[in-house]
Design a binder for this molecule. Structure first.
Ligand code: GLN
Length: 575
């Protein structure tokens, strides 16, 4: 008996952890780096999960303005998180639970709750070690939940700043507990100042030292730079940062984020990591992935998609991050059809100032209205939807894009006077989009954080509809939500009589989840109350995005790519 249990102990795999931290500056793609590492290890047959830590006080990402934070990615269980969680899900092809995301606010909230519940047994609860211990508890919980061989933990922010120090402390403590099971990957930036024209490694050296100063040593350095790093600089980084030169991995700018796993493998990153962690070496099999990447490069026929919305600009800069999952979902769908999507962001406010500009929408093969909140630009969006409907431009509306499609149809086709959404005009006679139950009270009480209808809910698909056909005749699907308003049941009969079909409904038929126009009336006019973009994956594009792109691909203005580039470029037209 004793012998048996000993044997069991010896063969039991110990979980491994990889911390991904950033050196020098933010915005160099730590999230994509962590995702790509995950893909490589998964393709070696390891079970992988990924955790994102954001150092801000917000308990979740839901209360932040998208122009401030980028996209809010909603997990299946409804937690509102950072866009990197979307990258992980797309690269890993996994559904991640909320334990895999934490912020400073979330961690403190939990510790304070426990203290209030006397769970610390009367002891003095301190920032150190109690906060890092809570971080470690969450990391281990996530590992257990996923039964992960390897758990990736990305620590947001940059080494050397105050905000994330407590999380680096958690990494140090975890390494202390499990010295052979923790690896640290530093994603660093290696600039080439244009007046010098030479790759400079000094900032990376300082970053490595800052990391040392909190008790951590990088095992691998990913050298982010405009071009591949040469042998001489690898040597230099190796000497000054205490690692062998072959553990400095070239991470040049790439045309597409999906190129990254293949690129890392050129430098053998997968085997390096398994060696560092004491895992057995296994073959990397990126065949399906590479096939997708190849398709993205050979798809030449351009399909022009207009994204009409408002969260596009931050100062002088275009913010495509706000719509990251939508952009990726369009790419996945496009490449699956051998089409190369070209996205143009159109600010809807210009249509309010000058409706004659709406006709530019005819130049596009499809119009997409993403989710959104509030009043600004809404009448412009409604005008754009009307234009797409009347001129038979394929239209896809996501959440707010569906609600405003219903408002437009109510006003102009069903002839419901004063039709609007309660979000903008609660006093309207016909709020065809109305508050969901409880939402009015929540708003009145000022309870905004985490109180929308969030996460995955089932949607029943009606027969003989575009939606059901797209979903390959499925009866029921599960999709992710994030909204406070919904189609008013009192308006449904009138809208249906006017030929708007509610092709997807909640199982109790109380919530309208998909609205569409019959094929005879329009090539593709469909809106979803949910956010299908959150479920699109490179290797399994979302069925509704595929249906939209197919419809757009059939439109006359499809032109052969003039200047071929591997991935769709995005442009902002605000002229
Ligand atoms: N503002 C709308 C609502 O709250 C739509 C939200 C969204 O597009 N995600 O219902």
């Amino acid at each position: 008996m004793a012998k048996k249990s000993r044997k069991k102990k010896l063969t039991k795999k110990t979980p491994k952890y990889i911390f991904v931290v950033g050196g020098v500056m933010s915005g160099i793609g730590k999230g994509v780096a962590a995702s790509a590492i995950g893909r490589i290890l998964k393709s070696k047959g390891f079970t992988v999960t990924a955790i994102k830590i954001d150092p801000y006080i917000n308990v979740d990402a839901g209360t932040m303005n998208p122009t401030e934070h980028g996209e809010v990615f909603v997990l299946e269980d409804g937690y509102e998180t950072d866009q990197d969680m979307g990258n992980y899900e797309r690269f890993l092809g996994e559904t991640l639970p909320s334990i895999n995301y934490m912020t400073t606010g979330r961690v403190y909230q939990e510790v304070i709750k426990r203290e209030r519940n006397l769970e610390y047994g009367g002891k003095n609860v301190e920032v150190v070690p109690d906060i890092p211990l809570e971080v470690i508890r969450r990391i281990k919980d996530a590992q257990k939940k996923a039964k992960a061989d390897v758990t990736l933990v990305e620590i947001g922010g940059t080494i050397g700043e105050y905000q994330n120090i407590i999380f680096l402390e958690a990494a140090r403590m975890l390494k202390g507990q499990h010295p052979n099971d923790v690896a640290v990957v530093m994603v660093s930036y290696v600039p080439i100042p244009h007046n010098i024209g030479e790759m400079k490694t000094k900032p990376t050296q300082y970053a490595a030292r800052s990391l040392n100063s909190v008790g951590l040593q990088a095992d691998v350095i990913l050298a982010r730079a405009a071009v591949p790093i040469d042998a001489k600089r690898k040597e230099k980084i190796a000497i000054f940062c205490n690692i062998p030169a072959d553990r400095v991995i070239s991470a040049p700018d790439v045309a597409s984020i999906y190129d990254v796993p293949g690129n890392y493998e050129k430098d053998g990153l997968g085997n390096i990591l398994t060696d560092v962690l004491g895992l057995e070496r296994r073959k990397t099999n990126l065949a399906a992935w590479t096939n997708f990447v190849r398709k993205s490069k050979t798809s030449k026929k351009v399909v022009n998609i207009a994204v009409v919305g408002k969260y596009f600009m931050s100062g002088e800069y275009v913010l495509s991050d706000v719509y990251l999952s939508i952009i990726e979902a369009i790419k996945h769908a496009g490449f699956s059809q051998n089409l190369r999507p070209q996205l143009t962001y159109l600010d809807s406010e210009k249509y309010e100032k000058d409706p004659s500009r709406l006709k530019e929408l005819s130049d596009y093969d499809g119009v997409l209205v993403p989710g959104g909140f509030g009043t600004r630009g809404v009448e412009g969006i409604i005008a754009a939807i009307k234009y797409a409907r009347e001129n038979k431009v394929p239209y896809f509306g996501l959440c707010y894009g569906m609600q405003l499609m219903v408002v437009e149809y109510a006003r102009n086709v069903a002839k419901i006077p004063d039709a609007h959404t309660a979000e903008i005009k609660p006093q309207a006679k016909n709020t065809v989009i109305d508050y969901m139950p409880d939402q009015k009270e929540k708003i009145a009480r000022g309870e905004y954080g985490g109180t929308m209808r969030l996460g995955a809910y089932p949607c029943k698909l009606r027969r003989d509809t575009i939606a059901r056909e797209a979903y390959k005749n499925a009866d029921k699907v599960l999709e992710r939500h994030r909204h406070r308003y919904e189609v008013n049941l009192n308006a449904v009969i009138k809208l249906t009589e006017a030929k708007l079909k509610f092709s997807g409904v909640s199982p109790d038929h109380q919530l309208m989840e998909i609205a569409e126009l019959p094929k005879e009336m329009h090539p593709f006019m469909l809106g979803t109350q949910f956010h299908p973009e959150f479920l699109s994956r490179p290797l399994s594009p979302h069925p509704l995005f595929v249906a939209f792109i197919k419809a757009a691909g059939k439109r006359k203005s499809v032109t052969p790519g003039v200047k071929f580039s591997a991935f769709p470029s995005t442009t902002h037209s605000n002229k």
